[in-house]
Design a protein around this ligand. Sequence first.
Ligand code: TRP
Ligand code: SF4
Length: 413
Amino acid sequence: MSLTAQAPSTAPANPSQRVLSGMRPTGALHLGHYHGALKNWVRLQHQHTCFFFVADWHALTTHYAERQAIAQHTTEMVIDWLAAGLDPERCTLFLQSRLPEHAELFTLLAMGTPLGWLERVPTYKDQQEKLKDKDLTTYGFLGYPLLQAADILIYRAHYVPVGEDQASHVELTREAARRFNHLYGRTPDFDTQAQAMLLQVLGPDGAKRFEKNRKKFQQTGDEAAATTTLDFVATHSGFSPEQREHLSGYFKGTGRSLLVEPQVLLTEASKLPGLDGAKMSKSYGNAIALREDPTSVATKVKRMPTDPARVKRTDPGNPERCPVWQFHKVYSSPTTQQWVQAECPKAGIGCLECKQPVIDGILAEQQPMRERAKPYEANPARVRDILMHGSQRAQQVAQATMQDVRQAAGLMR
Ligand code: TRP
Ligand code: SF4
């Protein structure tokens, strides 16, 4: 797990590399979701080929008895995605339950996944502890991370932007991919196919040179031989991308990487706490919704607790002990921040006065979001259209992977 803990939160822009992430449909999102995950997704859509989806099956793993809310929550959440600036022209937005291929890959991965792998994922016990009112000793809930692995692997995603709490799921995904590749990546004629390719493209001398370096590498681990040979193959125009991958697996003796091991792009925790200074969460009642009504935003901020030492207007305060200051750090200009830092400790300003720039900042951030949301609020069928259209697009990728996978697993074609 130490590897993922140090993973970068950004990756070099590269549209040929796929990014995939999902959220369970929890209904309307709040500003904590925006400053945590969503803003990052909006940025990534400009740098990579992105797939973002509603993990509605995952919602059922814990909320299987509350089916009435899922569709409504999906609409609300996706309106927030669009409001925040995800653009269906730039990224693919889709609905997990529309893609039976995810379930198919989940089933095939399940065959070779030891129970212990799933029982040891930390979220398994944690969530059972946390959601005590629900019976989570179910087969579906145990399989949660493996279904997530299928979501990721079916798109051969390179990067998965998620928070720290999901890092262990990406780690399991990598293990599942490695195992699957090990079991099925090497077809009986894998080696002969590689040799035929070499002969055809490089001729007998070139093929012989490749063989010599391959033997050297496999016997002595000679990295220089590997680099030279694989660089040569990678840049030789005679090979297709699939052939290059095949040859690289042949050279290293790893077989073909049927499924790609993804990397986590660790999303930094949101710097925006809840109204009371604790983590922002709908269930704590300390949240501001992404599209919250402006008067309600103002009321909520005005009611925010401040430094408890400032009982009277004349009591000096300390911004470090005040949740409003955390909001200034996200929403206010350096000048305003200096003003707070200078005036609060000498009781030069009142707390209501101090809160006004925060209110203004939140409203300014929300204004374009509210605008973008309007057409979808007026006509939620448009949200459905976007998801259905995106699901079709996603399905083309998912089906292509499944064709390889079915064949590799030895199923009849
Ligand atoms: N488990 C994720 C969460 O709770 C949602 C999710 C499901 C997901 N499948 C995924 C995230 C695949 C990233 C990739 O936030
Ligand atoms: Fe908090 Fe501002 Fe009041 Fe100081 S003046 S206690 S920072 S709200």
